[in-house]
Design a protein around this ligand. Structure first.
Ligand code: NAD
Length: 485
């Protein structure tokens, strides 16, 4: 589709909009229409070098700016984000496809991260003991690390970068963001608003591209730490390479989140929550529910209701009123999802709702209707792999212990949910489940910014998570001073 208003995206380095040093670029289509929104440059190592030089120079100034003054700039930034809320949400829907209400929610999540970072003076405070021995005192002081690199996925163009740079810079670091090449527009707007808030040149930089930029950051001796969010294979690669280069690294990865439904659950509420968690944002959430484990007699009725509710979902362009299910991010991702649906059928799972038949799936845009498989067995590819699309698998289990066992066999361990009214079952679930973020009678248990985002197993590589106290620990290092006067 033609669009006369196509943007040429630039990098943001040292407070300036600069062209990438290469001619290589990719198109950025609107996934709901296929219309080209922009061209994103595939920057080279030289561009990374330029950004590191700018960030390194800014760091020498920024680390000396008193923490309350840094925090005050973040308060201004928070106000600007609030003022531009709808504009930011519109950009998210345009480049990512999620519906406008979800995009507004994502902006809120981003703003909450900035609000948390505004507490930097308290968060960065050290600890002292005035008398470790007679006349001798000892204290811990917290300092920034230097230049930090952030590499982010397409599915949360605002929230995930905001997990990183507001806290990193509040702690006195300078930051180079490498956003997803599939959703590059929002990050440039975030950088523009940061400049408007008075955040000094070079403190926040954006370099667009793919693996050349990533490798440039991973290998650069002046980059002290790497924050990454994306798929498992890339997280594994980033963790290994960054650690081998002596960097501090946190790499948040993929997921396969199970929701267990017990026979005593409030079914109306469970169905509503699961539908939202499975098909919201077209299933492109690391906290999406991709497997339901139906326990005992509830299974037939639950599947019947899930199919009924999924059939009611409105599919279309997320900017249109009343649309729930937008497109997936690219045609290639749609093709991959269709291949998974074919695999599920071949593996013998029962396809009870086929999203390939939804009228919108004929295009334009990369739409797929909600898809539900029943009688899925652990070990099938549709159970093991993260499909990251509106595809839900239902596994049946005899009791809670069996359901927990099935859930714990997944190599991923981001989130898990339980629907029940039984306190005993809730306790058993909390104690036995092997996942980092648990939900009870809700579908998407994503923690707020003042708590860590806490996946493990193959959903996370590293030790300190993003957000909360962990985030502060990640973006700072400690000096111990022991003194006799
Ligand atoms: P992705 O791994 O394809 O890309 C993430 C980033 O890595 C992008 O910036 C991309 O340019 C870069 N990248 C991709 N391939 C690379 C390579 N070979 N070498 C170097 N860099 C490379 O992920 P995505 O498709 O953008 O995002 C979806 C994934 O992110 C899902 O797996 C989802 O579960 C995960 N995710 C996880 C969390 C979490 O908190 N655990 C949150 C959001 C998304």
């Amino acid at each position: 589709m033609k669009n006369t208003n196509v943007q040429m995206i630039k990098n943001f380095i040292g407070g300036q909009w600069v062209e990438a040093s290469t001619e290589r670029r990719e198109t950025v289509p609107n996934p709901a229409t296929g219309e080209i929104l922009a061209y994103v440059p595939l920057s080279a190592r030289e561009d990374v070098e330029r950004a590191v030089v700018a960030a390194r120079a800014a760091y020498e100034m920024w680390r000396r700016v008193p923490v309350p003054r840094r925090a005050r700039l973040l308060f201004v930034y928070q106000q600007l984000l609030v003022q531009h809320w709808d504009e930011l949400a519109r950009i998210i829907t345009l480049e990512n496809g999620k519906n406008f209400a979800e995009a507004r929610g994502e902006v809120q999540r981003g703003i909450e991260c900035v609000e948390f970072a505004c507490g930097a003076p308290t968060l960065m405070a050290g600890t002292q003991l005035p008398d470790i021995a007679t006349g001798v005192e000892s204290g811990m002081y917290r300092y920034p690390l230097g230049v930090v690199g952030g590499i982010t996925p397409f599915n949360f163009p605002m929230m995930v970068p905001c997990w990183m740079f507001p806290l990193a810079i509040a702690c006195g670091n300078t930051f180079i963001l490498k956003p997803s090449e599939r959703t590059p527009l929002l990050s440039n707007r975030l950088a523009e608003l940061a400049r408007e808030a008075g955040i000094p040149d070079g403190v926040l930089n954006v370099v667009h591209g793919t693996h050349d930029v990533v490798n440039g950051l991973l290998d650069h001796p002046d980059v002290a730490a790497i924050s990454f969010v994306g798929s498992k294979p890339v997280a594994d690669y980033i963790y290994t390479r960054a650690a081998a280069n002596g960097k501090r690294v946190q790499a948040l990865a993929g997921a396969k989140n199970h929701s267990i439904v017990l026979p005593d659950a409030e079914l109306d509420a469970a169905v509503k929550n699961i539908i939202n968690a499975a098909f919201g944002s077209a299933g492109e959430r690391c906290m999406a529910c991709s497997v339901v484990v139906a326990v005992g007699a509830v299974a037939d009725e639950l599947v019947r209701r899930l199919v009924g509710a999924a059939k009611q979902l409105t599919i279309g362009n997320g900017l249109e009123e009343g649309v729930f299910l937008g497109p997936v991010i690219r045609q290639a991702h749609k093709n991959k999802t269709v291949a998974y649906i074919e695999t599920g059928v071949k593996e013998g799972a029962e396809l009870v709702l086929d999203g390939r038949n939804a009228p919108a799936a004929a295009g334009p845009g990369y739409f797929l209707g909600p898809t539900i498989f029943d009688h899925v067995q652990p070990g099938m590819k549709i159970w093991t792999d993260e499909i990251f699309a509106p595809v839900l698998s239902v596994v049946r289990a005899s009791d809670l212990a069996a359901a927990i066992h099935i859930t714990n066999q997944s190599e991923f361990a981001n989130g898990a949910c339980l629907f029940t009214n039984s306190p005993g079952a809730i306790r058993q679930f909390r104690e036995e489940i092997d996942a980092g973020m648990l939900g009870i009678n809700l579908g998407v248990p994503a923690p707020m910014a003042f708590f860590p985002f806490s996946g493990y197993k193959k959903s996370f590589f590293g030790d300190l998570h993003v957000n909360g106290r962990d985030g502060v620990e990640f973006y700072t290092r400690k000096k111990m001073v022991t003194a006799r006067y």
